[in-house]
Design a protein around this ligand. Structure first.
Ligand code: ZN
Length: 398
């Protein structure tokens, strides 16, 4: 508790500032050092009727997932084969979902990747940029798709070349996530990757409920951000095979990461198909099934950032007169970790939230009343970085 809130007596102090629409006020004997600015109309609304409620207790904490969803889900694609652009992305768009495409950057100009003895057609940079423009994530699947667990000497160049390509082709993106080729890495490779990437996705096809990293049944926070588990989808997979994994993730409030490769509608040229192509109809049904749950659907990189930001934020609240003040801080680089964080605010049932202002910029944060009950639950959308919030409360309307 700060110095200000230890004052025993309270009386309102209102001071008109030279700027006509800005006020600061405090309910304490000693005015706080911070100037609390409020627009005049909000201030006048505060004063109407019975005046301010003195709220003795609030709870403010980060939501497990953005939007206070119960669990998270990232739809991911590997290799950047043309079927993903022709069939996968339009189906995702149709269902209102944004996914992640891990691309092999060294082969995109020529649009052909020799996957062992199979030549696969890839989408090109214009198409990749178009996906990014539409809100999907384009991420690194390295420059040449080598098994980096078996080629320790190639890890750094494979990662650096791919990043250079991605930055050149999608210049507005400040950071990129990584998907390990063949889902394979080593502790050494992960150490190198962590210097260039904020998160890397591993995976496997042996997913069962209870298999954490390889199965893609991640909990609230991945155990290893450089080897986040995903569930590799095979042509034999369907919504029925995915349901037990989904239900485990959902019960635990975790993060489900299905990993698709090829998609086939029966009409697309064979050359455009990715590895182990899944019928498009199964893909569509899997997405529809997932959408039946209270999941936060977001690209892999966004969810990884959110989890790190959520786990690193510190929040300190104290009452300052009729207002509540919350200082928030994170030790993360806000240029990379730039996802907004959902904060849950619980206040007594008789109280309503009037306004939340971020002090440094004067931004007023968006909020919504999520649940009414013994306590009202509000959700706020907090921008990344450090700062101070001022929370104004009023009496709830009947
Ligand atoms: Zn791959």
């Amino acid at each position: 508790m700060g110095k200000v809130s230890r004052q025993k007596e309270f009386y309102p102090l209102f001071l008109f500032l030279s700027l006509p629409i800005l006020f600061f006020y405090s309910g304490c004997v000693t005015p706080p050092k911070e100037e609390v600015r409020k627009s005049q109309d909000i201030w006048e609304r505060d004063l109407e009727g019975a005046g301010f409620p003195l709220v003795e207790e609030i709870r403010l904490y980060p939501a497990r997932w953005y939007g206070n969803r119960k669990a998270a889900c990232s739809i991911t694609f590997d290799d950047g084969t043309l079927d993903q652009f022709i069939l996968g992305a339009p189906e995702m768009d149709r269902q209102g979902l944004r996914g992640t495409f891990f691309v092999i950057t060294g082969f995109m100009e020529k649009k052909i990747w020799k996957d062992g003895n199979t030549e696969r057609e890839l989408f090109n940079w214009d198409q990749a940029r178009d996906l990014a423009w539409r809100g999907h994530e384009i991420a690194s699947h390295t420059a040449r798709h080598l098994d980096l667990s078996a080629n320790p000497g190639k890890v750094q160049t494979e990662i650096e070349e791919a990043l250079r390509d991605l930055k050149r082709e999608i210049p507005w993106k400040k950071s990129f996530s990584l998907g390990w080729p063949y889902w394979r890495s080593s502790a050494e490779a992960e150490g190198i990757a962590s210097r260039f990437h904020f998160a890397a996705r591993a995976g496997g096809i042996s997913a069962r409920p209870g298999s954490s990293s390889l199965g893609g049944v991640n909990g609230k926070s991945p155990v290893n951000f450089m080897g986040i588990g995903s569930h590799g989808i095979l042509p034999s997979d369907s919504r029925e095979t995915l349901l037990p994994i989904l239900q485990e993730v959902y019960t635990n409030g975790g993060w489900l990461i299905p990993n698709f490769h090829g998609l086939n509608d029966g009409k697309i040229p064979a050359k455009a198909l990715g590895w182990q192509a899944l019928p498009l109809e199964s893909f569509s049904l899997i997405l529809e099934t997932l959408k039946g749950y209270d999941l936060w659907f977001a690209p892999f990189g966004d969810v990884a950032k959110y989890a790190r930001q959520r786990d690193s934020i510190t929040l300190e609240t104290e009452r300052v007169g009729y207002l509540w003040r919350a200082d928030y801080k994170s030790n993360l680089d806000s240029v990379i970790y730039d996802h907004p964080l959902t904060l849950n605010l619980e206040i007594p049932a008789a109280i309503a939230l009037l306004m939340v202002m971020e002090d440094t910029t004067g931004r007023i944060l968006p909020f919504t009343l999520k649940e009414r009950g013994e306590r009202n639950l509000y959700l706020l959308d907090l921008p990344s970085g450090d700062g101070t919030l001022w929370i104004s409360l009023c009496r709830a309307r009947e």
